[in-house]
Design a binder for this molecule. Structure first.
Ligand SMILES: Cc1cc2nc3c(=O)[nH]c(=O)nc-3n(C[C@H](O)[C@H](O)[C@H](O)COP(=O)(O)OP(=O)(O)OC[C@H]3O[C@@H](n4cnc5c(N)ncnc54)[C@H](O)[C@@H]3O)c2cc1C
Length: 109
């Protein structure tokens, strides 16, 4: 906190992971004064992207489950300009305990 800043908040949120960030965003948008306290030296919590030489790899969450069903994360991603899209269905093979393919599945989410 910087000198001269008020220390009176409507809400203090512990943790700047997805839940804390989403709560802070929602409350701030309603005009509430919010303080987010994060123990680590970065925000995101279990959402983290490893980057090297222009290659980005999500080492935490990467899928918005229930994208078509209206998960609010979809709207937030769009508002923030994050590219989110439905991947094409891909064939997956499931192996049984005997090591033989048991059936072919279609992954859609
Ligand atoms: C490898 C992996 C892949 C995943 N893939 C997906 C996926 O594809 N889709 C999906 O929907 N979910 C996925 N998840 C789950 C998803 O990442 C979590 O459900 C989500 O990130 C949890 O958010 P959160 O804000 O509740 O908690 P967290 O992200 O854990 O955030 C909690 C934050 O609080 C901080 N904190 C804790 N204690 C304190 C304290 N006392 N004081 C200050 N700060 C504190 C922590 O440092 C952290 O930053 C995945 C998780 C992992 C690990």
């Amino acid at each position: 906190m910087r000198a001269g800043q008020s220390s009176i908040y409507d809400t203090i949120i512990i943790g700047a992971g997805w839940a804390g960030a989403a709560a802070a965003r929602e409350l701030s948008s309603k005009g509430r004064k919010v303080l987010v306290l994060e123990a680590r030296d970065r925000v995101g919590g279990r959402a983290k992207t490893w980057s090297k030489d222009g290659i980005n790899v999500d080492v935490g969450c990467s899928w918005i489950h229930g994208y078509k069903e209206g998960n609010p994360a979809r709207t937030i991603a769009k508002d923030l300009g994050v590219v989110a899209h439905l991947p094409k269905a891909a064939e997956g093979v499931i192996y049984g305990p005997d090591g033989k393919s048991s059936r072919t599945a279609m992954r859609e989410d």
